[in-house]
Design a protein around this ligand. Structure first.
Ligand SMILES: Nc1ncnc2c1ncn2[C@@H]1O[C@H](COP(=O)(O)OP(=O)(O)OP(=O)(O)O)[C@@H](O)[C@H]1O
Length: 308
């Protein structure tokens, strides 16, 4: 549905996006993740035809952003980072105006307005001025205007930024509902957002893609595991035995007041090392007091990939 090939975007001499390639399949909800200044907004602006690419190709449903801007805009609903609304307009009038701008009129316009008002939960605020709405409602109005022409693709730039925790939950569940019918690209630097809403994640850093996969795949490929291992045994003996367990590193060791040795171990990959550690304890006749495994979460994967 969307194909980005070797896209580069420069602002003067500054390279904001550097030869990135990815595709978004129809019906997919893709999370576009990256620290501030990574190039997320720039990429979205090129896909939505607000900015031309410096180099490379972007195809939307087979149409090229360089040549088919109008046709592409009809297929895309865009919610920019700072939703541009007309603050002194009443909600319904604003949505009606946006629908008219999109070429809808008569019964079709009324029907479509009723649908987006229902989906976005705007029934209670239709007669209120936009500047009197809470940020969460303004964001819903932004989503409603992005969807008014019923585009198959939605591009949402940081849709929950500045919202309170309740509003965040509401907007996320709205995005999930929309994702059942539409192809969605969602940019964010909030990790739970990606885990809550996205089928697939692209991590972008300094204008380049550093990871591409499902949240689970990224955790498996780039994460590892941590094991909390507590035994009653002499530390040198434990350390030397652990050296023979493949892939395990001792990150931290301390002895508790009751003589228990508490070790924080790390290991690459996802193979569960607990059975092996348990066998070691039995073989050596040590007393086991703790054996707990944690997967490295997406947050840590993100930090590792975007640290420098
Ligand atoms: N209009 C512009 N003129 C010059 N440089 C720009 C312009 N817009 C963005 N940049 C630069 O391009 C780089 C990428 O910015 P972009 O806004 O795409 O990142 P982002 O990932 O969306 O960041 P954020 O999460 O902060 O919105 C940054 O270094 C930014 O300063």
């Amino acid at each position: 549905m969307i194909e980005v090939r070797e896209l580069t975007k420069r602002y003067g001499s500054e390279v904001a996006v550097d030869r990135i390639s990815f595709t978004v399949r129809s019906g997919e909800v893709l999370g576009f993740l990256g620290p501030n200044g990574a190039g997320k907004t720039t990429t979205m602006k090129v896909i939505t035809c607000y900015l031309p690419p410096t180099e490379g190709t972007v195809l939307v449903d087979g149409l090229d952003v360089r040549h088919d801007s109008l046709a592409i805009r009809q297929k895309i609903g865009y919610l920019p980072e700072n939703t541009p609304l007309y603050p002194d307009m009443v909600t319904y009038d604003y949505l009606e105006f946006m629908a008219a701008m999109r070429g809808l009129d008569g019964a079709a316009r009324r029907r479509r307005l009723a649908e987006v008002i229902e989906v976005c939960g705007l029934g209670d605020v239709l007669t209120k001025r936009i500047d009197a709405l809470s940020k969460g409602y303004r964001q819903r109005v932004g989503l409603a205007q992005a969807m008014v022409h019923d585009p198959p693709i939605l591009i949402l730039d940081e849709p929950t930024s500045g919202l309170d925790p309740n509003q965040i939950v509401e907007i996320r569940s709205l995005i999930k509902t929309l994702g059942r019918e539409k192809t969605v690209i969602l940019s964010t630097h909030i990790l739970p957002e990606v885990q809550a809403s996205c089928d697939r994640v692209l991590i972008i850093h300094r204008g380049r893609i550093v990871a591409d996969g499902t949240p689970d795949e990224l955790q498996s490929a780039h994460g590892g595991q941590r094991i909390l291992f507590g035994v009653q045994a002499p530390e040198p003996e434990v350390r030397s035995a652990l050296e023979r367990v493949d892939g395990v590193r001792v990150e931290e060791a301390r002895t508790e007041s009751d003589g228990t040795l508490l070790l924080r171990l790390s290991a690459d990959g996802q193979k569960d090392l607990r059975p092996e550690l348990f066998r070691l304890v039995v073989e050596r006749g040590w007393t086991l007091t703790e054996l707990h495994r944690e997967r490295v979460d997406l947050e840590e994967v993100f930090r590792q990939l975007t640290m420098n």
